[in-house]
Design a protein around this ligand. Structure first.
Ligand code: B12
Ligand SMILES: Nc1nc2c(ncn2[C@@H]2O[C@H](COP(=O)(O)OP(=O)(O)O)[C@@H](O)[C@H]2O)c(=O)[nH]1
Ligand SMILES: [Mg+2]
Length: 465
């Protein structure tokens, strides 16, 4: 069968993808999300094992046109039906649901799910008849619509009340250039903004999640919004907005998160991030975190938007001279040297502190006073991340004249990797195998000797007879 050409959507289609609760079968959704992205859509991928509530809240906050799920573990009728109910309960009747799960979803169940309001469940037979691109074309075509604004006249009141759907719709208006609808947010006093930038994969999203978690624990009455930008592909216009995979703390009523695609080549920020900050300020979020796409030179754009700017890097920057080329070391208020568990981290910390000192001519101060902190964002309750949180909290208080009181205490401990298997025992399984093989060889050798002796003894006895 010849694969059909990709459908060209006429709107910016945003699709949330995930594998269902308790389900680790993510191979199929990974294939589908890549094709959805290559068909020009912005894909907000959540990974596997996601509850209905998580998926629904994400789709509403992201103002997505559709949700695409896989489910292999059973319970798909209840799961998908509940997803439809929850979307409808929250007024998101327009969000379409698509799903697949191979032979585990029976034809009779597919029929039932279609009756229950699931737009389409794709069976293996559909795959054979339509091909992968054919299924995705069908999905994207059915999702190719402009997301509605529920009631434009009450939008500002609902934004002010922090209604996630209203905020999401207002931000989409900004992205579509419908500025008259969001005029109310134009002259608002801006909420404090923490800008986070750094190369892709340095751990910006993981650190954002760690900061959000600590903020929620430290300030039990405060709210936080996260804006996260990832690059669009120039070739297809599609984008993988994958930052939510790292965000475990954002599924909280006091948090709103929105993923942006840059929608332009070679920029680290979407031009509408500024509008989004205004809208979230109008909604009176206590602080807004903006994570940039992390694509190098244009990263320092963030300093124009942020009250406090953080640069995230890792110990693997190559030679110390490379540091002199990094613009953000000159501009950042604070630097996180993440992945502090990597080799050479302590040397790197010294080099980055030295460069920070040099770039600001702070030669009268000790390099240990430079605001560069080693962190391990992938580790629970990491001491470096604790210190970083408190430093950022205090910087925001100082720069934005906030009346926050933090009870977050930090220690002077350095981040250190906590090992489940100690490094010198990392090959323990191989060592057991090697030991067993040595023993087998010894036994074979001894058996050979015993056999030879036995034969000699037999020969001697034979000769004596
Ligand atoms: C690959 C696989 C695995 C891999 C998963 C790798 C991964 N990371 O995804 C591994 C080996 C890890 C695995 C593990 C297990 N598996 Co498994 N696995 C499969 C297998 C062989 C294929 C599933 C698959 O990905 N197919 C590829 C997709 C693309 O094709 P498809 O399923 O036919 O889907 C079609 C359409 O539905 C459509 N489609 C599918 N999804 C979507 C989504 C969208 C958006 C769209 C548009 C279309 C679409 O595309 C296809 C077109 O033809 C199935 C058996 C089978 N042959 O189907 C079992 C199967 C799903 N596994 C099963 C089981 C039981 C398990 C385990 C629990 C086994 C165990 N006891 O440990 C674990 C659980 C893992 C976990 N943590 O959840 C059972 C489930 C039984 C049930 N629900 O009653 C199955 C059915 C095997 C069986 N007959 O027993 N598994
Ligand atoms: N070893 C190690 N891995 C980390 C650390 N922090 C994040 N990671 C991993 O690095 C990868 C990229 O992280 P992510 O937060 O998505 O980076 P981003 O692209 O900068 O947002 C993920 O696989 C994380 O689990 C860390 O401190 N140490
Ligand atoms: Mg990220």
């Amino acid at each position: 069968m010849q694969s059909p050409a990709p459908y060209t959507p006429s709107t910016k289609v945003r699709v949330v993808t995930a594998a269902s609760l308790f389900d680790g079968h993510d191979a199929a959704i990974n294939v589908m999300r890549r094709i959805i992205q290559a068909t020009g859509c912005e894909v907000i991928h959540l990974g596997h094992n996601r509850s209905v509530r998580e998926v629904v809240e994400c789709a509403i906050q992201e103002d997505a046109q559709a949700i695409a799920m896989t489910s292999y573990q059973g319970g798909h009728v209840e799961y998908l039906t509940y997803m439809r109910q929850l979307l409808d309960e929250r007024g998101a009747h327009h969000i379409r649901i698509f799903a697949g799960g191979g032979g585990t979803i029976l034809p009779s169940e597919i029929e039932q799910l279609h009756t229950n309001g699931i737009t389409r469940v794709y069976s293996p037979d559909d795959g054979r008849a339509m091909g992968l691109q054919g299924m995705i074309n069908d999905l994207v075509q059915k999702s190719d619509y402009v997301t509605p604004v529920t009631d434009a006249s009450s939008l500002h009141d609902r934004v002010r009340a922090k209604d996630p759907m209203a905020i999401a719709q207002a931000i989409s208006c900004a992205e579509r250039g419908e500025h008259d609808v969001i005029d109310f947010a134009k002259h608002v006093k801006r909420a404090p903004v923490l800008g986070i930038t750094g190369t892709g994969g340095a751990g910006k999203s993981s650190l954002t999640d760690e900061l959000v978690r600590r903020f929620l624990l430290d300030h039990t009455d405060k709210t936080i919004a996260v804006i996260s930008v990832d690059p669009s592909k120039r070739k297809t216009g599609g984008a993988l907005l994958g930052d939510r995979i790292r965000m475990n703390a954002v599924s909280d009523p006091r948090v709103y998160m929105r993923s942006f695609a840059t929608r332009e080549a070679n920029v680290a920020l979407n031009p509408h991030v500024r509008d989004a900050i205004n809208i979230l300020s109008y909604a009176e979020y206590d602080v807004i975190i903006v994570e940039t796409a992390g694509i190098g030179q244009s990263d320092s754009q963030i300093t124009e938007l942020a009250d406090v700017a953080m640069y995230v890097m890792t110990p693997e920057f190559g030679a110390a001279t490379q540091l002199e080329k990094i613009d953000m070391i000159d501009y950042a208020d604070v630097i996180a040297l993440n992945k502090f568990d990597k080799r050479g981290a302590l040397d790197a910390l010294r080099d980055v502190r030295k460069q920070y000192q040099r770039s600001r001519q702070l030669f009268s101060q000790s390099i240990d006073e430079m605001p560069v902190y080693g962190t391990i964002a992938s580790q629970f309750n990491d001491p470096g991340a604790n210190t970083l949180y408190r430093v950022i909290n205090d910087l925001l208080v100082k720069k934005c004249l906030l009346a926050w009181t933090s009870s977050y205490t930090v220690s002077n401990e350095m981040s250190e990797k906590i090992y489940i298997i100690p490094p010198d025992r990392i090959r323990y399984l191989a060592e057991i195998v090697e030991n067993n093989k040595r023993y087998d060889a010894f036994v074979d050798e001894q058996a050979d000797i015993a056999r030879t002796l036995w034969k000699l003894r037999g020969a001697i006895e034979h000769l004596q007879q």
